[in-house]
Design a protein around this ligand. Structure first.
Ligand code: GH3
Ligand code: MG
Length: 372
């Protein structure tokens, strides 16, 4: 080898090496796209087609995916650019054969190659081409193809690059599938959790609130009363407990029917809420009995005024089933001022006062008085 030949040889080697490093970098960059969070298979296939156009002497590149008996051009570049969506029969085409045999096929001159669909090759100016299968779950689902308008355009190195890139698209397909599966699982899981939460909330509500009036039920009232009790040990608010019972409620049931009786209970509860403050505690203990805890009263007279107000409100006729229904209520009141007394004892006091109100002729209130 002469000195000149040697330096030419070194120059060629250097050029090849630089080209290979650049090739490798491009391949790594392409692969890195696969790990992007906002990964999009269509964009990725397009990127790979474009890379093939750049990295090889191809004048065009295409990703074809199998669709029934056809191959469909799903990403195109270069001389194939105008043919996105082109549909060709798998049979009698080199892409179809590549899918069928699951192998890389190379045609150095399509004008004399029996395996190709010559009309299609002429249409996309493919005088020579290489196709690599896109393998997904051990099955070819498409091809990556590079083509040139010149015969014998591709080297073994180009074939290797094509194979590598075809592998990336296959990973992309898997990535997409996993992504979609995970997304679906997440959506299903979120929906199931949401339904569970709704069911739990419904159950909780059923267990804690009266189904008819939606007021707190007996156990919730006891729970809340307990909280108030423990709080009142520290502060010193005036607390009143009122026991209410509708007068002659049975008459409403008997004359107008149980359904109208139910409507009256609901309307009674609504008026009770409107006559009290949000901080007061109202519950339906059962039947036509209601209980009311009035918080933070400034003086005992305030509770008396509220009892009178409630009695007046309830004397206004209720419109039930297009009929005006007049009722009244009796109320027993007791006060709690932090003395040592149990909750049930306090309720009993209010009940006793209510009994006195009923005895006094109803539609009135009585205050519990400790005679001891
Ligand atoms: P009093 O003035 O002594 O209170 O007479 P009253 O007729 O209101 O008698 P009492 O309070 O003892 O009776 C309440 C009635 O309420 C007894 C029951 O048949 C009826 N009742 C209990 N629960 C319901 C319900 O959910 N809906 C309806 N419509 N009636 C109910
Ligand atoms: Mg009653």
């Amino acid at each position: 080898m002469t000195l000149n030949m040697k330096s030419q040889y070194q120059q060629d080697n250097f050029t090849r090496l630089t080209k290979n490093i650049e090739l490798l970098n491009q391949i790594i960059r392409t692969q890195a796209c696969l790990t992007q969070v906002d990964f999009n298979l269509q964009m990725f296939m397009q990127l790979v087609a474009e890379q093939m156009h750049i990295l090889t002497p191809a004048t065009g590149a295409v990703v074809e995916l199998v669709d029934g008996d056809d191959m469909v051009y799903r990403a195109v570049t270069g001389s194939v650019s105008a043919h996105l969506g082109l549909r060709l029969k798998r049979e009698n085409s080199i892409s179809g054969l590549c899918v069928k045999n699951n192998t890389v096929l190379k045609s150095d001159d399509t004008e004399i190659d029996q395996r190709v669909n010559r009309d299609a090759c002429r249409k996309v100016q493919a005088r020579s081409l290489v196709v690599a299968p896109l393998i997904h779950k051990n099955q070819a689902v498409g091809v990556l193809k590079i083509l040139s308008n010149n015969p014998d355009a591709f080297s073994d190195e180009d074939v290797m690059t094509l194979q590598l890139m075809a592998g990336f698209i296959a990973s992309g397909l898997m990535h997409q599938l996993l992504y979609e599966t995970n997304e679906n699982l997440l959506v299903e899981r979120t929906a199931a959790l949401h339904e569970l939460e709704i069911a739990q909330n419904r159950l909780y509500h059923l267990a804690h609130y009266d189904y008819l009036t939606d007021l707190a039920n007996r156990s919730t009232f006891y729970e809340k009363l307990n909280e108030v009790f423990s709080r009142s040990e520290r502060s010193e608010p005036y607390i009143a407990l009122m026991y209410l019972d509708i007068d002659h409620f049975k008459n409403v049931n008997d004359t107008l029917g149980h359904n109208v009786g139910d409507e009256l209970l609901k309307a009674f509860a609504k008026r009770l809420k409107q006559s009290t403050r949000d901080s007061d505690l109202i519950a339906r203990l059962g039947g036509d009995e209601f209980i009311l805890l009035l918080n933070k009263l400034k003086k005992s007279d305030d509770a008396i005024q509220i009892a009178q107000k409630i009695m007046k409100e309830m004397q206004e006729p209720f419109l039930l089933n297009n009929e005006k229904v007049k009722i009244s209520t009796s109320i027993g009141v007791t006060f709690y001022q932090g003395e040592l007394i149990s909750m049930s004892e306090l309720i009993k006091q209010a009940d006793e006062a209510l009994y006195l109100a009923k005895q006094a002729g109803r539609s009135t209130y009585r205050v519990y008085f400790n005679s001891e």
